[in-house]
Design a protein around this ligand. Sequence first.
Ligand code: NAD
Ligand code: MG
Length: 284
Amino acid sequence: MDQPNPHRPAQKQPMPGTTDQMMPTPDHGETSYVGHGRLEGKTTVITGSDSGIGRAVAIAFAREGADVVIAYLSEDEDAAQTARHVEDAGRKAILVRGDLSDPSHCRAVVEESVKAFGRIDVLVSNAAHQANFAEFEDITDEEWRHTFAVNVDPFFYLVKAALPHMSEGGSIIGTSSINADSPNPGLLPYATTKGTIRDFVAGLGQMLAPRGIRVNAVAPGPVWTPLIPSTLPAEDVATFGQNTPIGRAAQPKELAPPYVMLASDEASYIIGATIPVTGGRPFV
Ligand code: NAD
Ligand code: MG
């Protein structure tokens, strides 16, 4: 296996961050992911798939045979790059730019997806906002609300809009976090939303199981994505992930396999679960 954790200098970039400014460039599986037709012919929607984990999942989904709707905030170049990888895999890519904290945009993402593909087989709610605060008093009311408006509310609105276009065999996947189990106090609003996502999939999974639609989440530990240099203090970026038993952050490509599994029909009995991918940090 290639070296997954080359030296990472302290670095900072503005939110939401872009891939080409990251040192070193993350590995999304561009040269390594091999599909086996596990999602052949499925139509998938992935929010936040311009970069990071979402890009790795888009590449994997496409190489497994799926068409992909790539929803993203504003990172046009990153999104175009993800689309190129999907098209290189011989699948269709649809780009939808915009702010998911607006419920009408959540509905627009679903409308664009249905217009393009006629139905939705797999919905991945993966976009997120996070910010770091030293003191509780530093967290403004607006910041608290905005974190929920980006991380939690769109999951509800997307599911609501998508459900009429999903049928038996469908799969809904959220992105939670290690913070759902052991919240980093510096990321209090974010950590709280990630716990909410874990609870949401556990409850919604029970609600939709009789309809044959499975709902689950993946809970990543530290992963080298634009979220990190755009939201953490520069010096924390250099040591990011070293506090895991494996001793390093994940590359985005190391997160793709559980999303592929949860999206595929092989996961027919996995419902309401949150799957940890944490480099050995316990998640109970
Ligand atoms: P990322 O920055 O590559 O992806 C997040 C994406 O969310 C961005 O690309 C952006 O386009 C999108 N986004 C942000 N705000 C938005 C908004 N208002 N409207 C629409 N889209 C918006 O980072 P990532 O680390 O790949 O994040 C993907 C998911 O993984 C997130 O849910 C994040 O919480 C989760 N996660 C990441 C880590 C990590 O260490 N990187 C750890 C645990 C969980
Ligand atoms: Mg991005």
